[in-house]
Design a protein around this ligand. Structure first.
Ligand SMILES: [Ca+2]
Length: 523
């Protein structure tokens, strides 16, 4: 991986000054939990106010096509930490996995090369991460480095965590040394559920603020109210982001820090988080770094994968991708975009991303997943459902465990029970065909499957997708996909959930409601 010309020039300028070696760039990575694309003022959203994210974008770059390869907490974060597509990570293709001990993560590489690695909030979860020796990774509660977590504050709703993120980051800054570069991971726990129901309205939002209810949900007060509760949690993150920017600015550190703000997967609603549609994998993202970003204020249309973060951070830190430990990255450093100065697409090769999933939550016979591979290229999305005879959001009789409980979920489940069928239930929880194709320019919600009508486009994208996956080493591409499903779920108390529940055992699944379970299997 070569540095961009702009960045190379910058490094050369420092080198030839002959003065003391400049302090290496600090890196602040801020990741929300379940925050969906488009849900920020910078993207034109009228019902969620994010002045601080908008500031990062205005003084840096706003990314219009940033995608996680898998839209669920653990595999999304595994991709970030390793720079690899999840389906190249063995057990870590799955949600709530046992992370492969031999697989290195980039913060460890930064630490070995002189960086401090510290964190606050959610880093990598849920799952178990042990070192090769069976002990937890050094200092790492699930790969989380040195923790700054002491400060708490009363949140504005009962659903928001009391973590005072900005104060904890301040504690970290207080003990940094002038000549010590750092990488800090700030993982908001919001806007993950639970929400205080009605908090959006209570805190002054209006149902009519929302300009677009996705076509896969009914448009009514229940769904809009649920969306407003989510909005409050997003705005909580943005307030802390503002305090953090102010803190860095007061210290004169703001312009010496590369800041990236993003999320791990789309909003925690039916057919979004955990699925592989546009609203699940496509995420908000902005970057600010005056020393390294040419012509700030640009809108970037290059397709970005979360596998791109690790190579970016190592390059910015001046650390070569190591020969051992970290396997070759699926991504590429973002410095070509930082240094290009070009509005729109900087690199013509960044015209697509690969997405997909293996097993998310349990809740199907045999603990199997719902494997998908997909490609998004120049506004077209092709998805291949590898096992279309399975239930996409897990089995109805075990509560559709792949979809968190919510007023929106309950409303749609009840609509089907009351009427015997429901079009929104079909979209959110029903069986899917083997192939799906969407034109995102006219159907961002992915409700008009054009796989038959656009067969030639399907063929082209399908060929490219499987060819790239096969070259990279995806086991699904060579008929060995069952190997992903042989890796056990990390929480042993939930193993064989389906069989045990159906056998009469009362099992805990606190992210769904008892009412989410259908009384009998559905056809
Ligand atoms: Ca998440």
């Amino acid at each position: 991986m070569r540095p961009s010309l702009f960045l190379a020039g910058l490094i050369a300028a420092f080198t030839t000054l002959g003065a003391a070696e400049p302090k290496r760039t600090n890196i602040l990575f801020i990741i929300a939990d379940d925050w969906g694309h488009g849900h920020a003022g910078a993207y034109g959203c009228p019902w969620i106010k994010t002045p601080n994210f908008d500031r990062v974008a205005k003084e840096g770059l706003l990314f219009l096509n940033a995608y996680t390869p898998t839209a669920k907490c653990t595999p999304s974060r595994s991709a970030i930490l390793t720079g690899r597509h999840p389906w190249l990570l063995g057990a870590a293709a799955n949600h709530e996995c046992n992370f492969p001990p031999e697989q290195e993560i980039f913060p460890d590489v930064l630490e070995r090369n002189g960086y401090t690695y510290a964190t606050c909030g959610k880093v990598w979860a849920p799952g178990v991460s042990l070192k090769v020796d069976g002990l937890k990774r050094k200092l790492h509660r699930n790969m989380a480095g040195e923790r700054f977590e002491k400060r708490v504050a009363k949140p504005s709703t009962k659903g928001i965590a009391p973590n005072d993120y900005a104060a904890n980051f301040h504690d970290f800054l207080q003990q940094t040394k002038a000549d010590q570069p750092w990488f800090f991971w700030l993982g908001f726990r919001e806007p993950h559920r639970n929400y205080e129901e009605g908090s959006g309205l209570r805190l002054g939002k209006k149902l009519t603020d929302i300009d677009h209810v996705p076509a896969y949900w009914p448009d009514n007060a229940v769904i809009r109210g649920d969306m407003l509760d989510y909005a409050i949690a997003v705005e909580h993150c943005d307030r802390h982001l503002g305090l953090i920017l102010d803190d860095l600015e007061k210290r004169g550190e703001l312009d010496r820090t590369l800041i990236i703000v993003t999320s791990d997967n789309g909003m925690p609603f039916p057919r979004v988080k955990g699925s592989t549609y546009e609203d699940a994998n496509h995420l908000p993202m902005a970057a600010r770094w005056p020393a390294g970003i040419k012509n700030p204020g640009r809108k970037v249309t290059d397709y970005i994968s979360f596998a791109d973060f690790a190579p970016t951070f190592l390059e910015v830190a001046g650390v070569a991708w190591p020969d051992r430990g970290l396997a070759p990255t699926s991504g590429r450093s973002l410095t070509d975009i930082f240094g290009s100065g070009i509005d729109g697409r900087s690199n013509p090769a960044r015209d697509h991303v690969l997405i997909g999933r293996e097993r998310n939550d349990l809740g199907r016979p045999g603990d199997v997943g719902y494997p998908i591979r997909g490609i998004v290229k120049d506004g077209l999305a092709y998805l291949e459902n590898c096992e279309p005879s399975r239930w996409p959001a897990c089995n109805p009789e075990t509560g559709y465990l792949d979809t968190d409980a919510s007023p929106t979920k309950s409303f749609i489940l009840h609509a089907r029970r009351d009427k015997g069928s429901d079009p929104f239930w079909n979209l959110c929880f029903g069986m899917r065909p083997g192939r799906e194709f969407y034109d995102l320019a006219t159907d961002r919600d992915c409700v008009q499957n054009l796989a038959t009508a656009r067969a030639a486009d399907v063929d082209k994208l399908r060929t490219q997708m499987w060819s790239e996956l096969k070259t990279a080493g995806d086991l699904r591409a060579i008929g060995r996909g069952a190997e992903y499903e042989a890796h056990p779920f990390a929480d042993v108390k939930k193993l064989r959930f389906y069989e045990r529940y159906m056998g009469g055992e009362l099992l805990e699944a606190n992210w769904v409601k008892r009412d989410d379970f259908e009384k009998a299997p559905l056809k």
